[in-house]
Design a protein around this ligand. Structure first.
Ligand SMILES: [Zn+2]
Length: 295
């Protein structure tokens, strides 16, 4: 650190203003956890998205806008998940909105269905980056950098908190890899309600067969359903998975048509309640359900 900057920062830290927590508003449940873990006592976190809410369908209410305008930093998942972000950004002071996902390494395109779209169709990037541990670890560092830029006096604490949280995520990653070792490559077939598990699939060698695209807003058409039914029969896929925030009607129809089992709902779009109230709990729930269903 610059020699002149250090005493200046020490002076700033002594001022009452610097002692106030950084006001953080989060637009995704996973970012709420990252912000609290990294920020610790130096931040106050307001979560606009509560567990179980569908981030594809969420829109901030007028009362939310007031809180967003007062925030020191607003953390969004980005990569197109929040369809209202461009409008929101115009309401906020410059530099307040951070699209955490946009700067992550290894972003991937959504699952491609050439039979449906034709070979020249280009897909948007998949916004569900938190299902990949490499992306999750990078997001933790990104949030620590954003916090440090806005509250330099606490930068060392943000670094330390981020390192401790990353160590837990690395342990989770080792647990996931060990659990998935029970599934041979040909069993790694994930039929789900919407295209949310691309990062998980990419990391662990699964093929994903979603009924819907990357958003929960669309309806699957009969052709797509028929295609997945054939695929389940051809590959002998034993279990298909509903999701917490998607109507299970279509996936239940597939179960009737194929005789595959219906697995426990997976958490696709963010944290839940109970055993899935934390990121580690959510991932353990999903991985346990996938291993039990497909082995
Ligand atoms: Zn989704």
């Amino acid at each position: 650190m610059n020699r002149l900057l250090r005493p200046l920062l020490a002076l700033l830290a002594a001022l009452p203003l610097a002692a106030e927590p950084l006001r953080v508003v989060t637009l995704h449940t996973v970012l709420t956890e990252i912000a609290r873990e990294v920020g610790g006592e130096h931040v106050s976190v307001t979560a606009l998205l509560q567990p179980g809410m569908d981030p594809h369908a969420f829109e901030p209410a007028p009362a939310d806008i007031r809180g967003l305008k007062a925030a020191g930093v607003v953390l969004a998942a980005g990569v197109g998940l929040e369809t209202y972000l461009d409008r929101l950004e115009r309401e906020l002071d410059a530099g307040r909105l951070v699209r955490v996902g946009d700067g992550l390494p290894g972003l991937i395109e959504g699952a491609c269905d050439h039979a449906h779209h034709g070979p020249d169709h280009h897909h948007d990037l998949d916004p569900h980056w938190w299902h990949g541990l490499p992306q999750m670890l990078a997001a933790v560092d990104s949030v620590a950098r954003e916090f440090a830029a806005r509250k330099p006096a606490a930068a060392a604490d943000f670094d330390r908190n981020a390192a401790a949280y990353r160590a837990r995520l690395e342990a989770l990653r080792a647990w996931i890899t060990a659990e998935l070792a029970a599934l041979p490559g040909e069993r790694r077939q994930l039929v789900t309600a919407h295209d949310a598990f691309g990062y998980f699939a990419h990391e662990h060698g699964f093929a994903v067969h979603p009924l819907l695209g990357a958003s929960t807003a669309a309806e699957a058409d009969a052709r797509q359903v028929a295609r997945i039914v054939r695929l389940i029969q051809r590959r002998g896929i034993r279990t298909v998975f509903a999701e917490k925030s998607v109507n299970p009607r279509m996936i239940e129809a597939i179960v009737r048509d194929t005789g595959a089992r219906l697995g426990p709902p997976l958490y696709a779009d963010g944290l839940g309640t109970g055993d899935a109230a934390t990121y580690e709990g959510m991932m353990r729930h999903n991985v346990s359900a996938i291993v039990a269903g497909l082995r």
